[in-house]
Design a protein around this ligand. Sequence first.
Ligand code: FES
Ligand code: FES
Length: 148
Amino acid sequence: MQLNVNGKSYEVDVEPNTPLLWVIREQVGLTGTKYGCGIAQCGACTVHIDGTAARSCAMPVSAAAGKRITTIEGLASGKVLHKVQKAWVDHEVPQCGYCQAGMIMAVAALLKAKPKPTDADIDASITNICRCGTFQQVRAAVHAAAKV
Ligand code: FES
Ligand code: FES
């Protein structure tokens, strides 16, 4: 099966129902996308499929074939950080960091769909779980990124 990940084409030999998360990590070799719960609850595995946030642990790889898959490794433009990544650095959002790739991908998709989200929009859209409790910093960084 042919996959387009971060603008590059990859030929992968996997069962069609393999979760996209494992194909990204094990076949494509990009390990920024994390495994948390495996049941579409925590958001650690969030990637973009044609620009929309998706939880890759719960998506069969066959559903992503022929679509644009973007992972955290493909969010920046070369050495220029995405505005969400920049806001994350400026607000020192990450603690242990484990949930953060998924969180950033979810926020990047939110800002694309809704450039000036309210706190209620953030609460409704960013349902990612952070065991370190970075939610206040996340909210502040989302508003900062929305001003760019
Ligand atoms: S690992 Fe996919 S949502 Fe938790
Ligand atoms: S920063 Fe540790 S789980 Fe979110």
